[in-house]
Design a protein around this ligand. Structure first.
Ligand code: PLP
Length: 394
């Protein structure tokens, strides 16, 4: 396989990671096979022992899945990538592979609701202690470090309030204390932010979101060094089996080809929508890292190349007013997903964050008047008009 080392990231998204088969196909092939045939008993034995590299069984070695892994690794600048059945299984696999009972994990409190449940309900059940700290207050991260802290976890920008965490400061803290920094890079994708270059040890993706980009399949990925990800996380996947199917890998592989151009277009629509919402009289506050009014605007400018595709805002009023805006849209999809060419609208308090205790939810700033928009690639005028119907009624 050509490493394409000297190519631009936009080219890597289209060209990296795939070995053409003897059929000379131009578009990547799908290999829907559970197992592989060997030339001899000796070759089978060599594959199983690892003495000979190659395919063994599609739970942990499949050519289509590997092509997706290689291509995403090229984009994130990672030595190794392991594809998983979902974003949640990417997070689970990482912590099951790298932590053990007695370890302590520090997580930003501003993370995806389901990830919070994974940490506080399931990791805790296996003796891994978890502390939640402020995404943006570095002193809380410092104060939470213990001798047994194994890993720090965050998403930046956060969901749904787009708080930006300081990757360089937090990765330096992790290094000083011999622990790992794990970053969920779902919102930015490698097109806007490459956490490994900024000191993170592991990057996690929900491929379900922008990597696919068209809302077709559920998948995830873990990226990092050959040692941590190539050996440890892959070992977990091989044994425990939360693997990506070849069909889904193919969808994501083809999704990566348009990732650079899609992310650019998402960001262009999002900044325009954020600016427009900021001026609407019935909007109380807009959350978007590309807005000069964002509290971490300078930090976002430093570590991301653009603001991303997610815009959240608070309407004047409460749940009733938020629901009025949502229910008056004609075009947008009312759904909790994100990262689609279709614009998606969500009421976080009663959907994505409904399993979080009300008190915790308020502490995290997820109020009843908050709406999250995953800005799609429809005409920006149609997107604005769709929100205007309800907003003008308040
Ligand atoms: C959706 C999401 C996940 C979980 O991914 P799934 O593919 O739905 O399992 C994790 N982190 C973030 C930031 C997400 O948005």
């Amino acid at each position: 396989m050509d490493a394409f080392d000297d190519f631009d990231i936009q080219t890597l998204a289209i060209r990296a990671g795939y070995d053409q088969t003897p059929e000379q196909e131009n578009s990547e092939a799908i290999f829907p096979t559970s197992s592989f045939r060997y030339e001899s008993a000796a070759q089978a034995a060599a594959r199983f022992s690892g003495a000979e590299k190659g395919n063994v069984y599609s739970r942990f070695t499949n050519p289509t899945v590997r092509a997706f892994e290689n291509r995403l690794a090229a984009l994130e600048g990672a030595e190794a990538c392991v594809a998983t059945a979902s974003g949640m299984s990417a997070i689970l696999s990482t912590f099951m592979a790298l932590c053990q009972a007695g370890d302590h994990v520090i997580s930003s409190q501003s993370i995806f609701g389901t990830t919070k449940v994974l940490f506080s309900k399931y990791l805790a059940k296996f003796g891994v202690e978890i502390s939640f700290v402020s995404q943006t207050d570095f002193s809380e991260w410092q104060a939470a470090i213990r001798p047994n802290t194994r890993a720090l976890f965050l998403e930046t920008p956060s969901n749904p309030l787009t708080e930006v965490a300081d990757l360089q400061a937090i990765s330096a803290l992790a290094k000083d204390n011999d622990c790992l920094l794990v970053v969920d890079n779902c919102f930015c994708t490698p097109m806007l932010q490459r956490p490994l270059e900024q000191g993170a040890d592991i990057v996690i993706h929900s491929a379900t979101k922008f990597l696919d980009g068209q809302g077709r399949a559920v998948g995830g990925a873990v990226l990092g060094s050959s040692e941590l990800v190539g050996e440890e996380v892959r070992g977990f996947l091989r044994t425990c089996g939360p693997s990506m199917s070849p069909f889904n890998a193919w969808i994501f592989l083809k999704g990566l080809e348009t990732l650079p151009i899609r992310m650019k277009a998402h960001c262009e629509n999002a900044i325009e929508l954020a600016r427009w919402l900021s001026k609407h009289p019935n909007v109380e506050q807009v959350f978007y890292p590309g807005l000069e009014s964002h509290p971490q605007y300078d930090l976002a400018q430093k570590q991301q190349s653009a603001g991303g595709g997610l815009v959240s805002f608070k309407v004047k009023g409460g749940k009733e007013q938020a629901w009025t805006v949502i229910d008056h849209t004609r075009m947008m999809s009312i759904t909790a997903n994100l990262g689609d060419v279709k614009t998606l609208i969500t009421h976080p308090a009663t959907t994505t964050h409904s399993r979080v205790e009300p008190e915790q939810r308020l502490k995290a700033g997820i109020t009843d008047n908050l709406i999250r928009i995953s800005v799609g690639l429809e005409s920006i005028d149609d997107i604005k008009n769709d929100l205007m119907i309800g907003l003008d009624k308040l």
